[in-house]
Design a protein around this ligand. Structure first.
Ligand SMILES: Cc1cc2nc3c(=O)[nH]c(=O)nc-3n(C[C@H](O)[C@H](O)[C@H](O)COP(=O)(O)OP(=O)(O)OC[C@H]3O[C@@H](n4cnc5c(N)ncnc54)[C@H](O)[C@@H]3O)c2cc1C
Length: 308
């Protein structure tokens, strides 16, 4: 099938894009990498009367370290996140996470903003954004607002973005010393969205107790989920002798994932539990090494993510 007729707009500035969004609102769709939108339009699941192509907005394509944060323009390609030395140094979790998305061709076009705005409940970048405590910047002619990633996703394929708003930037806190990270997923095939995934960012104190933790799961709910219970159980405590098996069980006990053609709900839940154990162990190990390294985050390639 081909899309229904639409008017194509290619603004040259962000203010031009915001003017178009203010004018056309619900009738418009923003075109970023097109890796999801073009398929939806071809299948006529989405029939926008206006397509606003933001690919000419170079001001949204930068990666910067600013004010103790990593700032990513929404148009930064997923492949850039994978290859950027600045991202590898400042946010290694994101660099690793992105390598799981689709194929190199998908990552060459797909953008960080597009993945967040599309809000697939299984997608990698939204899950990492929740674990990383990312702040998502939404701009419109009415002004700008910052939304925490944990508050950004409403239900599958729905976010808090208003029809006149453009996702313009993602801000990520830089890792402190003794911070470790991990992302793991299981998918049916290498290029597929995960059946379930887990992401963890864990900071150790000098006495090696857990100082802070953010744990997020994908594929087990209608949005990426932050595991507050497991975080509460573990923060302030020593790294458990059981290798996080009890914490992982408690992290998933309340979950009731839906069954679908890809996997039964119980299987998703079991996967989430196992992936939680692995991410917490790996994040702890990396936090220990990061604390020992004077040169910044330890770059670890231990072949641990063998399901890729
Ligand atoms: C074969 C294939 C395999 C894939 N595998 C995976 C995978 O394993 N994991 C995964 O996470 N994804 C996967 N994807 C999806 C891919 O990551 C997309 O890049 C992503 O979902 C959308 O990003 P995009 O930049 O292409 O956005 P688009 O497709 O251009 O847009 C997606 C939606 O977001 C909106 N939007 C885009 N940018 C903005 C913005 N700045 N402000 C407001 N709204 C905006 C659009 O209007 C549209 O509704 C796959 C895609 C394909 C084709």
């Amino acid at each position: 099938m081909k899309p229904v007729d639409f008017d194509y707009h290619a603004p040259r500035t962000v203010s031009g894009a915001l003017a178009l969004l203010a004018r056309y609102g619900r009738e418009a769709q923003v075109l970023a990498g097109g890796q999801s939108l073009v398929q939806l339009m071809n299948m006529r699941s989405r029939q926008p009367a206006h397509v606003i192509d933001v690919n000419g907005l170079n001001e949204l394509a930068s990666v910067d370290k600013k004010d103790g944060e990593l700032h990513l323009g929404s148009l930064v390609r997923q492949a850039t996140l994978e290859r950027s030395p600045l991202v590898a140094e400042s946010c290694p979790l994101l660099a690793e996470t992105v390598s799981y998305i689709g194929s190199p061709q998908v990552r060459n076009r797909g953008t960080v903003g597009g993945s967040l705005a599309y809000a697939s409940p299984n997608a990698e970048i939204p899950t990492a954004a929740v674990a990383l405590d990312a702040e998502i910047i939404l701009s419109s002619q009415r002004g700008q607002r910052a939304v925490a990633a944990a508050d950004f996703f409403v239900e599958p394929f729905t976010t808090v973005i208003e029809p006149d708003e453009l996702l313009t930037e993602v801000r990520l806190p830089l890792p402190d010393e003794r911070t470790g990270w991990s992302f793991r997923e299981v998918s049916r095939r290498v290029n597929d969205l995960p059946i379930a995934a887990a992401a963890a960012v864990l900071r150790l104190s000098d006495d090696l107790t857990i100082r802070s933790l953010r744990l997020a799961l994908a594929g087990v709910g209608s949005t990426p989920l932050r595991c507050l219970q497991a975080e509460r159980d573990l923060v302030g405590a020593a790294v458990p002798d059981d290798g996080f098996t009890v914490a992982a069980k408690r992290a998933v006990v309340e979950l009731d994932p839906p069954s679908d053609m890809h996997a039964p709900g119980e299987y998703r839940k079991a996967l989430a539990e196992v992936l939680t154990v692995h991410t917490l162990r790996e994040a702890t190990e990396r936090a220990r090494r990061h604390g020992e390294s004077a040169d910044g985050p330890a770059r670890v390639d231990d072949g641990a993510n063998t399901d890729r």
